[in-house]
Design a protein around this ligand. Sequence first.
Ligand SMILES: Cc1ncc(COP(=O)(O)O)c(C=O)c1O
Length: 347
Amino acid sequence: MNCNYSFASDNTASVHPLIMKAIEEVNRGQYVSYGDDPFTEQAINKFKEVFGEDAEVFFTLTGTASNVLSIRAFTQPFNSVLCTDVSHINIDECGAPENIAGIKLVQIKSADGKLNPKMIAPHLGVIGNEHHSQPRLISITQTTEVGTVYTYNELKELTEFAHNNGLYVHMDGARLANAASYLNLSLKKLTYDAGIDVLSFGGTKNGMMIGEAVIIFNRESNRNFIDSFKYIRKQSMQLLSKMRYISSQFIAYFENDLWLKNAEHANRMAQYLSNKLLEFYPDIEIMYKIEGNAVFVKIPERILDELKKDFYFYIWDNNGPVIRLMSSFETNRSDIDNLVSRLKQLL
Ligand SMILES: Cc1ncc(COP(=O)(O)O)c(C=O)c1O
């Protein structure tokens, strides 16, 4: 695609130079495969430092794989997984959770991309009724698909409600770094301390080349899931033989808080963009709170085709239309200024 700059996603960005350097450094000599190498050990120790000793870590190749394998580990095919209507697992994974985990996804309409106990409760009346899929897991996304953020208290309330009702909580943390930056809270606080059972932790959208992780938190009730996860991962073709190429990236990702610096920058750019867009109101309307690195805006239909010629972005909703503009660690002010001046011309 030929365009000035892409605002389509944070994964159109390049690989952060420090990540590239880490890959290059590990690309010397031979090491034991399938994760029995010193870099993987070092990376896992780093995860335990960051997420706590109870974090059991398994690397995967994609965010979709992390989500689907998390679901598969915590469910049986007669279970249902409760999620929002806009969740990635619901609309952007080509039915993989249903196909590979065999579960039913129950989508709950959400105005801000979040779930809360009040929204979940009406779906629990079927528990014990053999005619219905049995709710087992709540899957939430942090930051959400519309760029909003669950606070620590919202997470705690949700996980307590889930656990009191015999359910587990999965967090799709493809952009957890952006949420941690926004809230100024640690990754551990927003996951383990908040009662999350299983986390898909993303790296690719925040400067890594390839690499995601599933973290199952070692609570009494999760032991069996931890024990079986390595088999599920292998059977699902996500055990990478040259694991050190992911491990080395994660080591660099945590070194000097690169993950946080990248997320802080992306968030700052989203704020910068949204502040600039305010001047176009009411022609341009910001749809959701800017809490991460996504800016959703309603634009006049008449400018859409022209704008698309110069910039790459996703149309989130044809009604409006609403477009999604995302920033990343490498977005800079001049990219945004270019977009803003083009908008000015078109409007
Ligand atoms: C919220 C969320 N979860 C998961 C993913 C999955 O990532 P992948 O494309 O690596 O499968 C994405 C990717 O866009 C995402 O936005």
